[in-house]
Design a protein. Structure first.
Length: 120
């Protein structure tokens, strides 16, 4: 008993003249898959998205720009911290020198001992 090739096997015509029956099983599967896709009106496009590389480059450039902005903000923040610390130290020094704790703008209350000693 002999078997005849299926119509899909006879319709395959690679450039080098091989028949579908001579291909390995996995290649026959792919050919059948492609034929099914063609039958359904689909096209298999194995090429990359043409704008992909350009978008990747733009993304990398934007990331570099953001990283440099972050570094600049960190430098400015550190500078503001140093200035704030310097201002606090200067303010504390001014309070210490100009307004010592023993000085007060409110005069002390008179006590009995103060009153008794001044009248005698």
């Amino acid at each position: 008993m002999t078997t005849s090739p299926s119509p899909a096997e006879t319709s395959y015509s690679p450039n080098n003249g091989e028949s579908l029956a001579s291909l390995p099983r996995w290649r026959r599967f792919l050919v059948g898959l492609c034929n099914t896709a063609r039958h359904l009106g689909a096209t298999l496009n194995w090429r990359r998205d043409p704008g992909y590389e350009q978008r990747v480059i733009q993304h990398k450039l934007r990331m570099q720009q953001l990283e440099s902005e972050i570094l600049q903000i960190e430098k400015e923040t550190e500078q503001l911290r140093r200035e704030n610390a310097r201002e606090k130290a200067l303010s504390a020094l001014i309070r210490q020198r100009c307004f010592p704790p023993e000085c007060s703008s409110i005069p002390p209350r008179a006590t009995e001992s103060d009153c008794g000693s001044s009248w005698s």
